[in-house]
Design a protein around this ligand. Structure first.
Ligand SMILES: Nc1nc2c(ncn2[C@@H]2O[C@H](COP(=O)(O)OP(=O)(O)OP(=O)(O)O)[C@@H](O)[C@H]2O)c(=O)[nH]1
Ligand SMILES: [Mg+2]
Length: 347
């Protein structure tokens, strides 16, 4: 427990010791290695705190790239607005969330029909020079657009050439304006297939068909099927992003992870009393910007966490419920929030 002792203040240290001891009294087999596990986890999280996660955004101007990233991270990271892309450039927005750095790299013009024909090679060099890390590539397009445009095809091609087609192994397809679709499920299915087919020209179908597609609507908390999209977006982003970016991302978002086991689709938006409560209490479980995962999403996130930190596979199912919250609170800060969330998902 040396590492913990270094970083915790006296009160927190006592609390962690006490919890560990209580656990030892009640569950001998789990607790014998619990201290080691916790120590390893805290080490890993502390290391990750200095790392950052990087999202690269690809999509035509005005489709909702900025809005969607801002919704997920609950911050005004990239400006939202309607202005025409006139040149192809690379824009990097750097930000710190909960003490963790992130970079959102925007690629204005890359998927837009602007008269810079023949300049693909120049852009490839530009993006290669400016982008050193990609944890997740976001291909953003409107659900109510019927086809994959020539400009989008060009964007897909340039990205594939600049970063090798493997870049699509850590990518998601995001459909915005889900509530504007005429036939939601049909359009979701059809458009997903068309975009995957286009990407498959560079990666082959095996990689392309594994790219998750998520429908969102930045003007609404739900999609036409009545389900919240924020948690689904979070889940697909988290499980698809590179292992390197996953823990920084989890740490940045951990304070917004709601640890109650509530059905995410219970109708809290419809209840005006709770809407008012949202405004009063940022951390309230009724805050619509917080994440309330359903059991399938929890399971997927758990699987990814264990993939990134394999030692956690040894953590018994009972640990999460018993100590996750108190230990997380005792540790405090981004590391504590992440510890609490990780044990919540393991549970
Ligand atoms: N109805 C609806 N409007 C959206 C949605 N997403 C974005 N918008 C609106 O579309 C406009 C453009 O959104 P942005 O997020 O700025 O789009 P962008 O792709 O980042 O655009 P550029 O950075 O200018 O290329 C804004 O007025 C948004 O409010 C959505 O899901 N549904
Ligand atoms: Mg934008």
């Amino acid at each position: 427990m040396n590492n913990i002792n270094c970083m915790l203040n006296e009160t927190a240290k006592k609390l962690v010791d006490e919890i560990t001891k209580n656990l030892a009294a009640s569950k001998e087999s789990i607790s014998s290695s619990f201290g080691e596990l916790l120590s390893l986890l805290i080490d890993k999280l502390q290391l990750s705190q200095d790392k950052k996660f990087v999202f690269v955004l690809l999509g035509k101007t005005g489709v909702g790239k900025s809005s969607t990233v801002n919704s997920l991270l609950n911050q005004e990271i990239a400006p939202v607005g309607k202005y025409d892309a006139t040149t192809m450039e690379v824009q990097e927005y750097e930000h710190e969330i909960n003490g963790v750095k992130c970079s959102i790299i925007d690629t204005p013009g890359l998927c837009d029909d602007i008269p810079e024909k023949g300049n693909n090679q120049k852009y490839i060099e530009l993006i290669q020079n400016q982008v050193k890390q990609i944890d997740l590539l976001w291909f953003v397009t409107r659900l109510d657009d019927a086809r994959v445009g020539e400009d989008e095809k060009k964007g897909i091609q340039i990205i594939s050439e600049a970063f090798t087609p493997q870049v699509w192994e850590h990518s998601v397809i995001i459909f915005t304006r889900a509530n504007k679709a005429d036939d939601y499920l049909e359009e979701l299915r059809e458009r997903t297939k068309r975009i995957r087919d286009e990407i498959a020209k560079h990666t082959g179908h095996e990689v392309a068909n594994r790219i998750p597609a998520v429908a969102v609507d930045n003007k609404s908390q739900t999609t036409p099927d009545g389900k919240r999209w924020l948690e689904e977006l979070y889940t697909q982003v988290f499980i698809t992003m590179s292992q390197k970016g996953a823990i920084p991302f989890l740490m940045a978002t951990a304070p917004r992870i709601n640890k109650t086991n509530r059905d995410p689709n219970w109708n809290f938006y419809n209840q005006s009393e709770f809407k008012n409560q949202d405004k009063e209490d940022e951390n309230s479980e009724f805050n619509a910007n917080n994440f309330i995962f359903d059991s399938i999403q929890k399971e997927l996130i758990k699987k990814k966490i264990i993939e990134v930190i394999p030692a956690l596979a040894a953590a018994g199912v009972t640990i999460g419920a018993v100590v996750g919250g108190p230990i997380g609170a005792a540790i405090g800060g981004a590391v504590g929030a992440a510890v609490g969330s990780i044990f919540y998902f393991l549970n």
